[in-house]
Design a protein around this ligand. Sequence first.
Ligand SMILES: Nc1ncnc2c1ncn2[C@@H]1O[C@H](COP(=O)(O)OP(=O)(O)OP(=O)(O)O)[C@@H](O)[C@H]1O
Ligand SMILES: [Mg+2]
Length: 448
Amino acid sequence: MRTILLIDDHAAIRETLTEVLADAGHSIVAAENQTHALAKLAERDFDLVLTDLMLPDGSGMEILAQSQKNSPTTPVVMITGHGSISNAVEATRLGAFDYLTKPVDLNKLRVTVRNALRLGELEQKVERGSALDALVGQSPAVVAVKELVKQVAHSDVTVLIEGESGTGKELVANALQAQSPRAGKPFIKVNVAALSRELVESELFGHEKGAFSGAIRQRKGRFEMADGGTLFLDEIGEMPLDMQVKLLRVLQERELERVGSSETLPVDIRLLCATNRDLRQLVADGKFREDLFYRINVLPIKIPPLRERPGDIELLALHFLQKFNARYGLNKEWSKELLARLTACPWRGNVRELENTLEGTFVRATETPVGIKFLPPEIGGSGALKIDGGLPAGLTLDEVEKRYLLSELSRAGGNKSKAAKSLNIGIKTLYRKLEAYGELDGEEEINN
Ligand SMILES: Nc1ncnc2c1ncn2[C@@H]1O[C@H](COP(=O)(O)OP(=O)(O)OP(=O)(O)O)[C@@H](O)[C@H]1O
Ligand SMILES: [Mg+2]
């Protein structure tokens, strides 16, 4: 069954269209204005968005833009009165699949919806394939990881993704979700390390209005948001022990209570977890509950560090080159010597560090093919960006802090715990700062 988000401010139109689409076997979520619709879009992906162009509090154009941002493969169909056809045409130019004029011809509606859904499905298939392709590597270890992803994606089995920082754990989680029958359903990522201790419970399980001071409204937690879809608990090793008990209960009972409520809500989620810590060691040290460990360690996927698969370095370098060329609108190449050097030097770091190093090299290079001399000195070049002693005049203190923090993070190979330690700040402070800099790529925002 496909789920369609239908937005129109006229109750009568919503009712008629809902009836027709429900008859065609679809499930409909209706919204009567832009605010309501944007809230629905934030909660989950839809198979189709059908929106009125003119809304009391905004426009279908905003909805189109937001839908394209959240879920680029979801087709959007506009509904428009005669007065605003030129806007509808503009919407199709901006990526809307088609438009219907009011009064809506119900036959045309059926056909347009069918075609739009078909296109969305095709695009999703392509995207699913590419989610796995995003995981670059031909080493036996990476090939095995990809095989495993393909095998288990179709089941609801809980997967524990283990690997050092920057080895691609999030890519594996993305691929697992994209290949699963829950693709297109909510995919909620929670970075456990980034949650503040006081708010973990309400973040995960939600709260009732007045449950604690500051709880001015009822709020859904991440588990509820992920209902019907997938929940990704990243850095699960950082979860406080008292929360581990509560998490275990939810996983066993498949139900939860919001903070401040005694009502039990059922949840249907597929759980993915990731960690860069050695959970067995944490169990031995009494920092991670053994029963929870067994619950989440149903199917472990271990991603080996890059130093154990030097054969993948060249492929990765070429993959990142494509990415940088697209990002900067250039057409550079790596020289053979540079590729050989990358593979030959003992690579301590991980894929993220390789990517960062290569991006710096790419940007500094004044000629193509890019030669060894543009690599940083640690690996035989002369192109380091040194923060100490090399600061330009006129920087604000905030800017200096930001540059230094990012350089320490890069020195730690992208390992946030390590960087936090060397900077003598807490991991959460580090997350907060990175978030403020807009450097938490693809990671959860912090809500405190
Ligand atoms: N096999 C790979 N192929 C292509 N890119 C990769 C691969 N592994 C990692 N990357 C890239 O390296 C970066 C880090 O990957 P990702 O965020 O998935 O790692 P992680 O293990 O979740 O890291 P962390 O522990 O810091 O959260 C991303 O930019 C990602 O695209
Ligand atoms: Mg990660």
